[in-house]
Ligand binder design. Sequence first.
Ligand code: BGC
Length: 257
Amino acid sequence: MAKEAKQAKHGLPLGIDVGGSGIKGAPVDLSTGAFAAKRMRIDTPMPSTPEAVAAVINQIVDHFEDVRGDSPIGVTIPGVVTHGMVRSAANIDKSWLDFDAEPMLEEVLGHDIVLVNDADAAGVAELYYGAAKGQKGLVVLTTLGTGIGTALIYDGVLIPNSELGHLEIDGFDAESRAASSIKDKEGLSYPVWAERLQRYYSHLEALLWPDLIVVGGGVSKDAEKFLPLLKLKTPIVPATLENKAGIIGAAHLAAHK
Ligand code: BGC
C-alpha cells in the first residue's frame, strides 16, 4: 500500500520559493494545487548570495527526490527575471543583479529549472487554484510584504515582470510607502496604512482598469482589517493560498513551460 502511494506521487513538479527569510519547497499536485508532501523550509542563508542560495535549493531538491522523479522544477526569486537572468535586486543580495542564475542553478542541481519572479508565480497560483480561479480579463495580483510584487494576467496569460510595486507615486517608490514591512517599521495602524494603500490601488486602477485585484502576502490573512477601508471601482479580494502561492505557481509554470 505504502509503495503504491509512493509510486502514485512519482514525477510531480517541485516548486521552490526563495524569500528573504526562508527558502521553501514542495512537490505539487497540479490537478488540485495541493502539496503532495510536507513542505520543507530552510532559513535563507546570510548573505543570500546565488551560491549560498543554490546550495539550499539543492538540499530541498534532494529531500524530495523520491516524489519528484525527473519532473520539472520551478524556482522563484524576488526580482525581475528575463531569459534566466536576474535583472533587479531590490530586496535580495545585490550579487544577484545581472547574474545568469538559471544556468548556474541547473549546473548545481544537474537538472533543468524554470526561474520566475515570485509575484508572477503567486499570481499564476491564485489564477488556477485560488482567489482568481477562472477569472477572465485582466487580473492584477499584488503581494504586500517586504516590498510590493505584482503579477498581470490577461485571459490566463501571464505578462511577466510587471514590477508595479515600483511605480513612482507622489515622488516615492510605491513599495517604500505602502509595503506591509513599512507598516510594521513605522508602526502604522491599519486605517493609516489603508490611506497609503488607497493611493496605491487607485493609481493602479486608473492605469490598468483591471477586472479583479488580488491582495497577497502574509498580511492578507488580516485582510478584513484593511480591504473594507478601500474605495475602488474594481473588486479587490484577499489571496487564498497564503504562503503556498509561490511554490504552487513555480511548479505550475515549470510544468507548463
Ligand atoms: C521586487 C519584485 C518582487 C517584489 C516582491 C520587489 O521589490 O522588485 O521583483 O516581486 O519585491 O518580492
